[in-house]
Write a protein that binds this ligand. Structure first.
Ligand code: URP
Ligand code: ZN
Ligand code: ZN
Length: 462
């Protein structure tokens, strides 16, 4: 059995910073010991002096090959998980979609078909419920017992994914009984559609209007509503891609009342703003996603929320569409721009940049990017930490390396970078997935099919 010894690094987890060597055997971490305090031998040694030794990132919100607005997200499971590995993420949780009029099982089978045998790193699935009915509600129990333990429901996208309040309440009641975790996309989609229609009638057709009609107040209203519904159902709640400070305030208030509600934000809301949506020559389309980017002042509130634990997770909502041929579908009508942005490769670096800038601590970096998403979605301590018994998903991270983020050098299958030209300090050097090198000294050495499907346990937060 291959033994790997990682020597000389600073091991950073959500709870500790240890100058320690890490021994890996059979794909798992078997021991940690202070440098030079042991006589371990290993066939494979990695010198991590001057580097951080961190758990592989857990990105709990991706959409590889997602169908949206008449096209598909441009990363396949193969290209998207390879890019994830390049960025130090060794686990993704993607979203299988229940077809309208179909079962959850059909949706899950279709997503296995896309992903199985193709991923470079490990992956699991949440289930998007687009048709809540007595049969799909019963099916939730089966899915939970089989390892799909979280369900996304939408108050947005009427006619596509939107569930009404009664359907959301029923799904929450079901989850309260079976241990599932309900995730919500919280925006008032019906009201937004009215504002879209009115904006287009006034001739407001540019990408920036996407941000204007998807109002912060309508995110706050829907967030308030799903919190109250979860309270009535006695269920825990996880609100995805929180971007508005008003929505965050709803979460904070509920948490102050002791409710088990949790929130995720994404790098795009922490680093980008409506200024990007307003870029000329239709360039703003690159930044069209929902919830939308907000004016810059919301960023400070989100960073505060991450520090105070009113927000617990940073995921990417990676859902890339090429500018050419895909985003361009919405030239002259912002409502036809496919919603979503690339980022699976950038999350660990961008959050490390926040460490460099003093916004969060090193341990909080690992907590929001690795440990808490793993705990939230039933993967801990297999994933999200470096401890005896954990999967050896380990990143050797060079905290002093400088890089410039660019579509020229990224590995995501998309023709632009949302962070083009941004300088960051820190870079992934080596990535192990279950002890197997996937990135070695800045080279990709992994392969499609290495990544295995992860049936998940119950969230530690329900
Ligand atoms: O714009 C986004 N977020 N696209 C992906 C689908 C979703 O709502 O998460
Ligand atoms: Zn969403
Ligand atoms: Zn999403």
């Amino acid at each position: 059995m291959t033994r790997t010894l990682i020597t000389g690094g600073l091991v950073v987890t959500a709870s500790d910073e240890l100058h320690a060597d890490v021994l890996v055997e059979g794909g798992r971490v078997v021991a940690l010991a202070t440098h030079d305090s042991h006589g371990w031998t290993a066939g494979h040694r990695i010198d991590a002096r001057g580097k951080y030794v961190i758990p592989g990132g857990v990105d709990a919100h991706t959409h590889m090959e997602m169908p949206f607005g008449g096209t598909f997200a441009s990363d396949t499971f193969e290209t998207g998980t390879r890019a994830a590995a390049w960025g130090g993420t060794t686990t993704i949780v993607d979203f299988a979609i229940q077809p309208k009029g179909g079962s959850l099982g059909e949706g899950l089978d279709a997503w296995h078909e896309k992903a199985d045998g193709r991923c470079a790193v490990d992956y699991g699935f949440h289930m998007i419920m687009s048709d809540v009915n007595p049969s799909s509600l019963r099916e939730m129990d089966t899915l939970v017992s089989e390892g799909v333990t979280s369900f996304k429901l939408f108050t947005a996208y009427p006619g596509v994914f939107l569930s009404d309040d009664g359907q959301i309440l029923r799904a929450m009641q079901q989850a309260a009984g079976n241990g599932g975790l309900v995730m919500t996309h919280a925006e008032n989609g019906l009201a937004i559609d009215v504002l879209v229609e009115q904006a287009l009638a006034r001739g407001e057709r540019d990408p920036r209007h996407h941000g204007e009609v998807r109002k912060a107040l309508l995110e706050a209203e829907a967030t308030h509503r799903v919190i109250k519904l979860s309270q009535v159902a006695g269920a825990s709640l996880y609100v995805v891609h929180v971007s508005a400070q008003e929505a965050l305030a709803e979460l904070a208030r509920a948490r102050d009342e002791g409710l088990p509600v949790f929130g995720e934000t994404c790098p795009q809301y922490l680093f980008l703003s409506t200024g990007n949506l307003a870029e000329p020559d239709f360039e703003g389309a690159k930044y069209v996603c929902s919830t939308p980017l907000r004016p810059e002042e919301h960023q400070a509130a989100l960073w505060r929320g991450l520090r105070t634990n009113d927000l617990q997770v940073v995921s990417t909502d990676h859902c890339p569409f090429c500018f050419k041929g895909q985003k361009e579908m919405g030239r002259g009508d912002f409502s036809k721009i496919p919603n979503g942005m690339p980022g699976v490769e950038n999350r660990m670096d961008l959050l490390h940049q926040a460490v460099v800038e003093g916004r969060i601590s090193r341990r909080r970096w690992i907590e929001i990017a690795c440990a808490t998403p793993a705990r939230m979605f039933g993967l801990y301590p297999k994933k999200g930490t470096i401890a005896p018994g954990s999967d050896a998903d380990i990143v050797i991270y060079d905290p002093g390396a400088e890089q410039v983020i660019s579509a020229e050098t990224h590995h995501m299958n998309v023709d632009y970078s949302a962070y083009e030209g941004k300088r960051v300090t820190g870079r992934v050097e080596t990535v192990l997935s279950r002890g197997v090198p996937v990135i070695a000294d800045g080279e990709y050495v992994g392969h499609a099919g290495h990544g295995t499907y992860l049936p998940r346990g119950i969230s530690q937060y329900v």
